[in-house]
Ligand binder design. Sequence first.
Ligand SMILES: Cc1cc2nc3c(=O)[nH]c(=O)nc-3n(C[C@H](O)[C@H](O)[C@H](O)COP(=O)(O)O)c2cc1C
Length: 205
Amino acid sequence: MKVLMLNGSPRSGGNTAAALNEMRKVFEENGVEVEVVQVGAKPVRGCIACGKCAEKGQCVFDDLVNETAPKFAACDGLVIASPVYYASANGSLISFLDRLFYSAHFDKRMKVGASVAVARRAGTTATFDQLNKYFTICGMPVASSNYWNELHGRAPGEVEGDAEGMQTLRTLARNMIFLMKSIALGKAQFGLPEEEGRVFTNFIH
Ligand SMILES: Cc1cc2nc3c(=O)[nH]c(=O)nc-3n(C[C@H](O)[C@H](O)[C@H](O)COP(=O)(O)O)c2cc1C
């Protein structure tokens, strides 16, 4: 089993990294391989809606997005974590996710998704909702915990003092492991659900 973690913070040793580390410990104790991709410090441009990915199967901008796509294709679970900036996710992360999810055409169904929002004070639930949207448009079940996945801290390392937030993330990691294992069993026994040909309308037209 493999989990890919996307860190949307520009600070590789910041609070988002500490949050992901707490989950990493649980994954590794349970034999789940983990890879972290640090997104937030990279100059990631936004999608230009050129549509070329429909032909090429990858983005025309050959950067971290195309580098990460095969890792996404190979993983059983994806964790997206971001610091909260103005009550939403880090802008570079959102540019990255728009291009990654739009350009990578492999079947994402039944990969387990989880998102984590880290803030000094406010905007966590809006960010959590924003990040979960990437999973719920492509058949990825969203793992949940015993609280919304949020941690609080400002200066790097402060989230270590958020005992409840840290516990939420350990529980989240254990729930993800259970779901990934259950889905692997289900896929082996029943296969993926049947898919209809895509109906694509602008409202009703
Ligand atoms: C540009 C910017 C905007 C921010 N906006 C918010 C915000 O809306 N709400 C909040 O509680 N914290 C906000 N913060 C604080 C960060 O979310 C907080 O310090 C977080 O722990 C940073 O995570 P990191 O160490 O992983 O980068 C903001 C920080 C920056 C740099």
